[in-house]
Design a protein around this ligand. Structure first.
Ligand code: DQA
Length: 154
């Protein structure tokens, strides 16, 4: 199973950016934790981070044939980027929305809004790095379920 992991703006500064909210782990450490967990689940991962909306959209397009699933933390784009929403609809790959922080229970009413929530098959927020690992687990469980159902039919 091939999984594209996309991180949006300001997540390159993980570790130094508002550590009381996002923790002290860096993006490199996050990617290493995802890689190790994915390896256990026999999933292949590709990572991408950008501070630019168009670059994120290009990367989603580029991986549309390769990816069986997408894990995306669009960061602030979550709250208003219809262009990223449309790109996810265009590539039509099952997607998990993830957030490090508990976006529902933070300062800023706008953080409660997600313009991609309804088109994602999974959503994990508020678990730090584990939000991404939970998404990997969820896709592994979906795959196991599909296999079971296939067997039942034959
Ligand atoms: C975030 C939450 C967003 O509201 C914020 O703009 C981010 C990070 C998170 O992972 O908790 O940049 O997506």
């Amino acid at each position: 199973m091939n999984i594209l992991v996309v991180n949006g703006p300001n997540l390159n500064l993980l570790g130094e950016r508002e550590p009381e909210i996002y923790g002290r782990g860096t993006l490199r450490e996050l990617e290493r934790a995802i890689y190790a967990h994915a390896d256990k689940l026999r999933q292949r991962v590709r990572f991408f981070q950008s501070n630019h909306e168009g670059a994120i959209i290009d990367e989603l397009h580029r991986n549309r044939k390769w990816a069986d699933a997408i894990i995306i933390n669009p960061a602030a784009f979550t709250h208003y980027s219809y262009a990223i929403r449309d790109a996810l609809l265009a590539v039509a790959v099952p997607t998990a929305e993830v957030h490090l922080s508990d976006v529902e229970n933070r300062e800023g009413e706008y953080r409660k809004i997600s313009v991609i929530r309804d088109i994602c098959v999974h959503r994990f927020a508020g678990f730090g790095f584990d939000s991404y690992l939970k998404a990997l687990d969820a896709f592994a469980a979906d795959r196991a379920e599909r296999k079971k159902n296939k067997k039942k039919k034959t």
